[in-house]
Design a protein. Structure first.
Length: 163
């Protein structure tokens, strides 16, 4: 639990407690699609970044294990440990359960897919969409979710191609 202090006229005007989940030693796979020239530019930027990289606050730095350009293959619409560009509870799906496996429930958040910078240089969120975060131990079958691609044995679909 953290406390946020709101400052007004150089004084603490309000204190707001909030919960923040801290993840330690997590591993993410980031996949990008696009023209080869763009992918080569991204690969070069990740391999030799100008600034320290972070997926969150400035004190939450990340380390790059591998950068490469690969070809994704057509996949089976069975997903686990990934982000889906849908509100899962609004779709019919079949959980694929194995005996003895316990899992956490998926989390659905409404998040922006892009930002615009205003006149003051502040980012403004655009295109807010529901995103479902599937835990690694929960596998669901969603035959209507297209396209389904596979990379290194895991199925995924693009997050930013839905409206």
């Amino acid at each position: 639990m953290w406390t946020v202090m709101k400052i007004k006229n150089n004084r603490i005007a309000d204190r707001s407690p909030y919960f923040r989940e801290l993840l330690c030693f997590v591993r993410y796979v980031l996949l990008y699609g696009g023209p080869r020239q763009l992918l080569e530019s991204l690969a070069a930027s990740f391999a030799d970044p100008v600034y320290p990289l972070s997926l969150g606050r400035e004190d939450e730095l990340l380390t790059i294990d591998e950068v490469g350009i690969y070809q994704a293959e057509q996949g089976v619409p069975r997903f686990r440990g990934t982000i889906l560009p849908i509100h899962l509870r609004e779709h019919s799906f079949r959980p694929l359960l194995r005996p003895g496996i316990r899992f956490e429930m998926p989390v659905v958040e409404i998040l922006p897919l892009s930002f615009a910078v205003d006149e003051q240089g502040l980012r403004q969120p655009l295109q807010r969409v529901p995103l479902t975060f599937l835990p690694f131990d929960l596998e669901v079958e969603l035959p209507h979710l297209e396209p389904t691609l596979t990379f290194k044995g895991r199925s995924f679909t693009w997050v930013n191609t839905r409206s």
